[in-house]
Design a protein around this ligand. Structure first.
Ligand SMILES: [Mg+2]
Length: 215
C-alpha cells in the first residue's frame, strides 16, 4: 500500500472487524531520544528533571533552561530533520504485523506539516506500512470517527494520558492502553489505572492488545 495521510472516513475498515489505533511517538518510535540528538547537535543538553520537553533544555553547566523560544525552534528543526531517523521501539513492528492478521491497524499521529512525509517514510522503512492519519490536538474525536465505522472491538494505544482521556470522553467503548517507550519518561508520565491498562514493553503490550481485539 502506498502510505499517505488520510482521514478517518477514507481508511478501509471492516464494518464488523476489530480495529487497532496506535500512536507513533513513544509507542512505535523513540521520540525523546531523537529530539535529544537535535538538542545535542545544537550544543545543548536535555535534562529530564520534569515531565516537560522545552523546559528541560540547558546550556552545558547552566542552572536555568534556555528560553522556551529557543526550545521551540529546536522542536521545529527536529521535526524537519529527524522525523525519518527515529529509532523504532523494539517489538513494535513485529507486534503490529502479527496483530494486523486479526485487526485493521491504523496509525494516528500528531505531527506538524513539515514532518508528514517523513513520518510516512519512516513507517514504511520500519515495516509499519499501515494507513496513517495525521491528527491535530487531542485524539478523541478522530478515534470516535474511526471506531464508529466498525461494530467490532476497537482499541487505542498512546503514551499521553490526555489523549487517552479524550478518547474515553468521545468514544467510551474503545479499550485504552498506555505505553511509554522511553525509560526516562516512564516514571514521570501521568497515568490512571482506572482509565487504561499500561504496558511499557511490547512483549506484554502485544498479547494484551490481542486479547482486547478478540474479546
Ligand atoms: Mg505519543
Amino acid at each position: 500500500m502506498s502510505l499517505t495521510a488520510a482521514r478517518a472516513e477514507t481508511i478501509p475498515v471492516d464494518p464488523n472487524g476489530p480495529l487497532l489505533i496506535v500512536d507513533v511517538d513513544e509507542v512505535l518510535a523513540f521520540f525523546l531520544r531523537g529530539f535529544e540528538r537535535t538538542v545535542n547537535a545544537a550544543g545543548l543538553q536535555l535534562r529530564m528533571d520534569r515531565y516537560a520537553l522545552l523546559a528541560n533544555i540547558y546550556e552545558p553547566g547552566a542552572g536555568e533552561p534556555v528560553p522556551i523560544e529557543r526550545g521551540k525552534a529546536l522542536f521545529d528543526r527536529f521535526f524537519e530533520t529527524e522525523t525519518d531517523k527515529l529509532d523504532p521501539v523494539p517489538g513494535a513492528a513485529d507486534g503490529l504485523r502479527r496483530l494486523s492478521a486479526i485487526a485493521q491497524v491504523v496509525v494516528l499521529t500528531n505531527a506538524p506539516a513539515a514532518a508528514r512525509e517523513g513520518r510516512g517514510r519512516w513507517l514504511v522503512a520500519h515495516g509499519m506500512d499501515y494507513p496513517l492519519i495525521i491528527n491535530e490536538g487531542l485524539k478523541g474525536p478522530e478515534c470516535a470517527r474511526l471506531a464508529a465505522r466498525t461494530g467490532g472491538p476497537a482499541v487505542f494505544v498512546d503514551d499521553l494520558l490526555p489523549n487517552l482521556l479524550s478518547v474515553k470522553e468521545h468514544a467510551p467503548a474503545i479499550t485504552l492502553f498506555q505505553s511509554v517507550a522511553d525509560p526516562r519518561l516512564r516514571s514521570m508520565a501521568p497515568t490512571d489505572a482506572a482509565v487504561c491498562a499500561r504496558h511499557d514493553d511490547w512483549a506484554t503490550l502485544e498479547p494484551a492488545l490481542a486479547a482486547a481485539l478478540t474479546r
